[in-house]
Design a protein around this ligand. Structure first.
Ligand code: GLP
Length: 239
């Protein structure tokens, strides 16, 4: 695991965007795993800016988001689909069919999870996956206790995660469950970049640095992977 720390979340975002754009340049058909949350917003803004200015192309890129709220339709402003449209999909030339997010409003969520795993497998697995880090060490929505061999499934969100994400649901109806890709699928990604930005992540970062291992700290699964880059900007407010 390699670590790079930045004085500001702006600097972190610039590096993350550079890594994403470079990966697309090197392999225009790359399969990306994409995160949501506050940490990647600046990365997406810079990717979009580059796309407009330098005409980078995402025409053949395939993307799989890590997670989506269960019981939330795509047109709900708090959905991760709405987030991705707003921050990336509406601004780059990704083919809509190549930009995948689990459908949290599917009638049969178990079938949707199976479909999602099959779609990732059919794309040849994830090539480069960007992750955020939850304050309790979650990656995607793999909360403490998530098995390291897990695949895409419906999970219950912890109260701390629901509190952390409550601002996206101003009516107070914060979802209790989500669909997330599993830790096994994340670990099968050929390379991983973990973005850690904002306050409240100090303990999770300390655990990761000290190599605290166990399912009670999901991010520790990343210690099993040979190509993980951790970018941190602690204390900075994500832009
Ligand atoms: C949410 C997402 C995670 C993300 C985490 C951290 O819970 N499901 O994938 O990593 O938030 O978000 P933030 O960057 O806002 O701290």
């Amino acid at each position: 695991m390699k670590w790079v720390s930045f004085a500001s979340s702006d600097d972190l975002s610039a590096r993350a965007a550079h890594l994403l754009l470079e990966a697309v340049r090197n392999d225009p058909r790359i399969v990306l795993g994409l995160p949501t949350g506050r940490s990647p917003i600046g990365m997406y803004a810079r990717v979009v800016e580059n796309h407009t200015r330098a005409s980078s192309s995402f025409r053949e890129v395939r993307t799989f988001n890590l997670d989506e709220y269960a019981g939330v339709s795509r047109d709900h402003p708090g959905s991760y689909f709405a987030y991705m449209k707003h921050h990336l999909f509406d601004h780059v030339d990704l083919e809509p069919a190549n930009a995948q997010i689990p459908n949290g409003a599917a009638g049969d969520l178990a079938a949707e999870c199976r479909r999602y795993d099959a779609a990732i497998a059919a794309a040849g697995g994830l090539g480069l996956t960007f992750l955020g880090l939850g304050r309790n060490g979650h990656i995607g929505f793999n909360e403490p206790g998530a098995p390291v061999d897990s695949r895409t499934r419906v999970v219950e969100l912890t109260s701390s995660t629901r509190r952390a994400n409550a601002e996206c649901f101003p009516d107070g109806n914060v979802p209790t469950h989500a669909i997330t890709i599993g830790i096994r699928t994340i670990l099968e990604s050929r390379a991983i970049v973990l973005l850690v930005s904002g306050r409240g992540k100090e303990e999770a970062v300390a655990n990761l640095r000290e190599g605290v291992v166990g399912e009670s700290f999901p991010a520790s699964a990343l210690l099993r992977h040979t190509d993980v880059l951790v970018l941190t900007a602690l204390g900075g407010v994500p832009s």
